[in-house]
Ligand binder design. Structure first.
Ligand code: HEM
Length: 413
């Protein structure tokens, strides 16, 4: 079956909600059965599910597992390490594990993501947002990806995880590259994976020697207590935490800011504050959906999803964004409607692998977007040399897809 997932410059991708064809494409894919076979951004042949009800079934189906090792002989299985130091395909973290191993790895990070822990993070988040917005306000022209979404995400990844200042810029730059769509076997990616594995190893060792209060310290303690079984697990958990904070925050803040800049009524309700403002943010998280697809699931036996037949070993993932735009659940899905039953969206996943960082993610997005839209006179402007104002033109593709640049004017007209 030919793939109708969009292909551009030999890369396959599913559009971000702010791209012109997004809603129509997802509607078409749903009308055509809601399950298609294609290759996503990194080239793995994958079934993708586009319908909300089928997506929920898949995320709960015990025959679809997260650990590729469960189907080692399968024809379409994920490759193991593709080269020495291949961090991305061999990570051992909750998203690549099942059963008792999954529960153990997940439990090593959840204490710092509980509601109580999230309240303790609030001052760090607020201070970070305030600093970034103070710098943003001092300029008349700015790029919201470069001057808002990225610095908030990078500072918070450094602070929440506890990456020492001396290693922060390098680690975060390398992790950004590794979550991009650069070919995994390219010399650049291999070098980045090797270097970041070395740096994370150093950070892990430092965290085991010195007490601290971030995620690295918590994971180091789990290693010392034996809950993490080896250094490799500790390093892989650290890498997963950096990916989780960095990519989710950058993508939600940039896509969310663009969506709000184009929707005056949503902006006004956000500025009004109170519960309605929190509901606007929840709608923004539904629409911005920073991880447009779930992680990979592997079929442990032949099965049917909708009209599609899958073989043992086939890779399946769920288009979380397509489910969030399914009109069977969301009337007028592109509209920001704070009166909806909001918790039902799939931006944080569903089932066993539901995001344990959801409360922290929500708090970060609320604080940053409320702060941003409290700035007076913020508005989209042209990219130099381009015609239509407000068009971001290019999107950064990788684990998440979000606007590459977003020029704005800051301050009173
Ligand atoms: C807006 C922010 C965020 C969004 C939208 C988000 C989304 C998601 C999604 C969709 C999944 C499940 C993927 C799947 O089932 O294949 C997930 C899992 C996960 N997220 Fe988040 N995330 C966010 C923030 C965070 C933060 C701040 C952390 C903190 C470290 C975090 C840690 C994790 C972990 C460890 C998993 C794996 C859970 C498991 O497999 O059991 N996330 N996230």
């Amino acid at each position: 079956m030919p793939s109708i997932i969009i292909e551009h410059k030999k890369q396959h991708y599913l559009p971000n909600v702010t791209e012109p064809r997004a809603a129509e494409l997802y509607a078409l894919l749903r009308r055509r059965g809601g399950v298609r076979r294609g290759a996503l951004w990194n080239g793995f042949p994958t079934w993708v599910v586009f319908d909300d009800a089928l997506a929920r079934d898949c995320l709960r189906d015990p025959r679809l597992v997260n650990d590729a090792r469960a189907v080692p002989d399968a024809p379409h299985g994920m490759p193991g390490a593709r080269y020495a130091g291949d961090l991305v395909s061999v990570l051992r973290n909750p998203l690549s594990s099942d059963g008792a191993e999954h529960r153990r790895l997940r439990a090593s990070i959840t204490p710092l993501l509980s509601a109580q822990a999230v309240r303790r993070w609030a001052p760090v988040v607020q201070r970070t947002v305030d600093d970034v917005l103070r710098r943003l306000q001092a300029t008349a022209h700015a790029d919201l990806v470069v001057a808002f979404a990225r610095p908030v995400a990078e500072t918070l990844a450094g602070e929440l995880i506890g990456i020492p200042e001396s290693q922060r810029t390098r680690v975060l730059r390398l992790m950004r590259l590794l979550s991009s769509a650069a070919p995994p076997e390219s010399p650049q990616m291999k070098a980045a994976a090797t270097e970041v594995a070395h740096l994370l190893d150093e950070i892990a060792n430092g965290a085991m020697e010195r007490p601290g209060r971030g995620i690295a310290a918590l994971l180091a303690d789990a290693r010392l207590q034996g809950a993490l079984h080896c250094q490799n697990e500790l390093v892989d958990m650290l890498a997963a935490a950096v990916f989780a904070v960095l990519d989710s925050t950058t993508a939600t803040l940039s896509t969310g800011a663009l969506y709000l800049l184009r929707d005056e009524s949503a902006r006004e309700r956000l500025r009004a504050g109170g519960e309605e403002a929190d509901s606007v943010i929840e709608e923004v998280i539904r629409l911005a959906c920073p991880f447009p697809t779930s992680g990979y699931r592997f079929a442990t036996e032949p099965l049917r999803i909708g009209a599609a037949r899958m073989e043992r070993g086939d890779i399946v993932c769920v288009s979380l964004l397509a489910a969030n735009l399914d009109p069977a659940v969301w009337a007028d899905p592109l509209r920001v409607d704070p009166s909806r039953a909001l918790a039902r969206h799939l931006s944080f996943g569903l089932g066993r692998h539901y995001c344990p960082g959801a409360a922290l993610g929500r708090m970060i997005v609320r604080s940053a977007l409320k702060g941003l839209f409290a700035l007076p006179g913020l508005r989209l402007t042209d990219l130099p040399g381009r015609a239509a104002p407000g068009q971001p033109y290019r999107y950064r593709q990788g684990i998440s897809r979000y606007p590459h640049r977003m020029p704005v004017l800051v301050g009173q007209r």
